[in-house]
Design a binder for this molecule. Structure first.
Ligand code: HEM
Length: 490
């Protein structure tokens, strides 16, 4: 047996088991159920046992626990040398993520983290707001106008995915990517199939018989990555050559540039850029979709958002009917209610809903739980974000006001109470970028359009649920009717 035989325990006794454990298969059935049922089950575990650490068992993987207490999560996130991604996650996602930052550890991770930090700390986010976001928005605006004019149904999830593909394509690869590009199609297919491996314990067998489409998609993705790096290298050489003639310093400021400076190996640069694209494209598009859904269901939030928009406009030259939004405009100090609305949607619909890590050695959590080496540590962000012990008795309710203090100022929570962007040394590198994109796209879309969600065939507005994935796509998208409203912002 390759796993340590010791079991998780506290005060010398076995832990309480998470509910619905079955003989032989343990909790495995729960993990292969549709995503919303699994998430509901995590919420039930949390409601029945509060912040207590519970035991879970799934055959073929080492014994494990579900943690919910923010103090335990803080310990886990701050001590990567003790608890980190293990074989369970890495073996399933290696084909797509390879040596990229998402799964890398040690020096390989450190160098990519440094290159990413350098990239995000420069002027790049300002360039994104000034140049990339307006162009990305103008593309989706034309789509929305066409649908508004023709009265046709538009899937807002796919519109937001077009938006983020364009933005991430520019930020990660310095090129135009839209959802119809063969790379985008191959990438989306491969991400989806890799996500399914986490739900299907027999995936090596299934893929042995039915995997040629996945292998082809992965080959397209990897080939595209290599092509991008070769193109960036050629551009660097010619810019360097030109600078000899003009005597100007060439400037290299794309993410690919930062990565090429850190790594001589083009395969690593390609994997790394792909990981950044992967980390940023779907998570953000999904967060915009769930935010719009929440706003449509809670129209009372539109008034304070409109007031903030008017406040922003008043700061610009009043004669300028289409002012350009700047990075300063998009800060939470200027638009606290919109930021609170976004955070409230992120709380109820976290784009990465579940995390799974493994213990590197025997250890004890702050609540006294003993975990043997190899033990699996799971936390469900979806359920933690609904814990009444942390978010109050109204934790199930969408209420942006919980993110504002008595003066209406936006107040954040610690990463351990609100682990939507992870925390500790491996906290999300793109958080600021995601927030700027969200504020920009929400201000622009809500200023120019109103939406009605389509009812189902019985005429009812059914609650939207997530689809199975590593992230949180809305099942069947967000089909809406869109209507034009007053056009004030660009
Ligand atoms: C609402 C949007 C987003 C959410 C909720 C989110 C959430 C997260 C989470 C939970 C992690 C930890 C994942 C893990 O290691 O298991 C993470 C890591 C990461 N995120 Fe984000 N993310 C978002 C947007 C972005 C964007 C726009 C980028 C830009 C490229 C980005 C770049 C990264 C990177 C590079 C990492 C790996 C950090 C490391 O391992 O050191 N994310 N993110």
């Amino acid at each position: 047996h390759r796993f340590n035989r010791k079991l998780p325990s506290r005060d010398g006794a076995r832990l309480k088991s998470a509910p619905n454990r079955l003989p032989l298969v343990g909790h495995a059935i729960k993990f292969i159920r549709p995503r919303h049922e699994l998430l509901d089950w995590f919420v039930r575990c949390q409601r029945q046992h509060g912040l207590e650490t519970l035991e879970i068992s799934v055959p073929t993987i080492p014994p494990g626990v579900i943690i919910t207490d923010p103090a335990n999560l803080e310990f886990v996130l701050r001590n990567e040398h003790l608890v980190s991604k293990g074989d369970f996650v890495k073996s399933r996602s290696w084909d797509l993520f390879g040596n990229g930052i998402i799964n890398a550890s040690g020096d390989l991770w450190k160098a990519q983290r440094k290159a990413g930090l350098k990239f995000f700390s420069g002027n790049n986010l300002e360039t994104m707001v000034d140049e990339v976001l307006p162009e990305a928005y103008s593309r989706i605006k034309s789509q929305l106008l066409e649908h508004a004019e023709a009265g046709t149904v538009v899937d807002m999830q796919s519109v937001f995915l077009d938006f983020t593909s364009y933005v991430m394509g520019h930020m990660a690869y310095d090129m135009d990517l839209d959802s119809s590009h063969p790379f985008s199609k191959a990438f989306d297919y491969a991400s989806d199939q890799i996500g399914r491996r986490f739900q299907n314990p027999l995936y090596p067998v299934t893929e042995f018989f039915f995997s040629s489409k996945l292998h082809n998609a992965l080959a397209v993705v990897k080939r595209f990555g290599r092509k991008i790096v070769t193109k960036a290298k050629q551009e660097r050489s010619s810019a360097a050559f030109e600078s000899l003639v003009t005597n100007d310093q060439p400037s290299f400021d794309t993410l690919i540039d930062s990565l090429m400076e850190a790594f001589p190996n083009p395969e690593i640069v390609a994997d790394s850029a792909l990981n950044f694209l992967s980390a940023g494209k779907d998570t953000t598009a999904q967060s915009f979709t769930w935010t719009l859904y929440a706003v449509i269901r809670h129209p009372e939030v539109l008034k304070p958002i409109q007031e903030e928009m008017q406040g922003l406009l008043a700061k610009h030259n009043p004669s300028d009917a289409r002012p350009k939004l700047s990075t300063a405009d998009l800060q939470p100090t200027n638009i606290p209610y919109l930021m609170a609305t976004y955070y409230e949607a992120l709380r109820l619909y976290p784009p990465i809903p579940i995390e799974i890590q493994e213990c590197r050695q025997d250890l004890s959590l702050p609540d006294g739980t003993f975990l043997p080496k190899d033990a699996v540590v799971v936390w469900c962000i979806w359920a933690m974000n609904r814990a009444k012990e942390v978010h109050g008795d109204d934790a199930d309710i969408f209420r942006p006001g919980r993110w504002l203090d008595k003066d209406g100022k936006f107040v954040n929570r610690s990463a351990f109470e609100f682990p939507v962007f992870n925390g500790g040394p491996r906290a999300c590198l793109g958080r600021k970028m995601a927030e700027l994109m969200a504020m920009f796209v929400m201000l622009s879309v809500l200023q120019n359009f109103t939406f009605t969600v389509l009812p189902d065939t019985s005429g009812r507005l059914v609650e939207r649920i997530p689809q199975n994935s590593l992230t949180l796509p809305m099942d069947k998208g967000l089909p809406c009717h869109v209507h034009r409203s007053s056009t004030v912002l660009p």
